[in-house]
Write a protein of this length. Structure first.
Length: 255
C-alpha cells in the first residue's frame, strides 16, 4: 500500500471544491476488477492524463457505508433479476473530509445511474428526520420497510480526467461487516469509470490493452452474497467467478 501512496504523490492533485464541477451525479458507469498488485503499474501509465483527488493531504480516502434493504432483501433481488429502475439506499461517511450523507442511487431503464444525497451529522441506524423526508421525495419506498443490512468499508482513490468529463474510482481493502463478522476482499480492486456519456479514455484503453474485461458486481450485492451464503445469485455468477479468479487465481474461490 505504501508504494501506491508514493506513486499517487506523482499525480497532480485536485481538491473537492475543484472536483465539484465533475461530480457526475447522473452518469454512465463501467466497472472492472483486477488484482491490487497490478495497480502500481496501471497508475504509472495514467499519471499524465489524470489528476488525483486530495482531501486534507490524503490521496487514499476511507469510506464507511451502512446499506439498507427490506427484510426480504427486495432491493437486492431487483438487482439479481436484472430489473431497471432500481435503488440502493445507504448512509455514507467520507472519513478524511469528515462528511456524512444519506444517499440514494437509482439505475434507470436507459442504463444511467443517478445519485442524490442529503447531508447528515452522522450515520444512523434508522432512516428518520431529513433522511426520511428525502427518501419519500425521491422514491415510493417507505422508511419503515427498510432495515440496516451491513457495513461496507473500503479505501478509495479518485482520478479525474484532465480533459474529459470522467472520473475513475479505484476501491480497495474492501471489508463487509455485520454483527461482529467481517468478510474481507484482499488483493482486489474494483474500478468504476463514471462518464456523462460513453467515450474512449486513457483508462478504458488501458483496460483493453491488458485484457481486463468489463464487468463486476456492485459492492452492495457483493456484500449481500458474501454475508448471506445461501441467497440466490445466479445472474451474478459469471462476475463472481471473475472476482474469484482475480483473488485466488481460479474461479472456484479456493486458495
Amino acid at each position: 500500500m505504501e508504494n501506491i501512496k508514493e506513486l499517487l504523490k506523482t499525480f497532480s492533485p485536485i481538491t473537492l471544491s475543484e472536483m465539484s464541477e465533475k461530480m457526475l451525479m447522473s452518469r454512465m458507469d463501467t466497472k472492472y476488477v483486477f488484482p491490487q498488485s497490478q495497480l502500481p503499474f496501471f497508475l504509472e501509465q495514467l499519471k499524465g492524463d489524470y489528476r488525483v483527488l486530495d482531501v486534507n493531504d490524503f490521496r487514499v480516502s476511507r469510506y464507511e457505508s451502512l446499506y439498507f434493504d427490506t427484510v426480504n432483501l427486495d432491493l437486492f433481488h431487483k438487482h439479481q433479476r436484472g430489473r431497471s429502475n432500481r435503488h440502493k439506499i445507504r448512509y455514507r461517511k467520507y472519513v478524511e473530509s469528515d462528511l456524512s450523507f444519506f444517499e440514494i442511487k437509482f439505475k434507470n431503464n436507459k442504463g444511467r445511474t443517478i445519485k442524490d444525497r442529503v447531508k447528515q451529522d452522522s450515520i444512523e441506524e434508522t432512516i428518520k428526520d431529513i433522511a426520511e423526508k428525502f427518501l419519500h421525495e425521491k422514491t415510493e419506498i417507505q422508511s419503515s420497510d427498510l432495515l440496516p443490512q451491513f457495513w461496507a468499508n473500503y479505501s478509495r482513490i479518485t482520478l479525474v480526467n484532465t480533459v474529459l468529463d470522467e472520473r475513475v474510482t479505484l476501491d480497495l481493502n474492501i471489508v463487509f461487516k455485520k454483527d461482529g463478522d467481517e468478510h474481507m476482499f484482499n488483493d482486489l480492486v474494483i474500478a468504476e469509470v463514471k462518464q456523462e456519456k460513453f467515450v474512449s479514455s486513457s483508462f478504458l484503453k488501458l483496460m483493453k490493452k491488458y485484457h481486463i474485461r468489463e464487468g463486476s458486481v456492485s459492492k452492495y450485492c457483493l456484500g449481500v452474497i458474501r454475508i448471506n451464503s445461501s441467497i440466490k445469485h445466479n445472474n451474478f455468477k459469471p462476475n463472481l467467478r471473475n472476482i474469484n479468479k482475480v483473488i485466488y487465481g481460479n474461479s472456484s474461490g479456493s486458495k
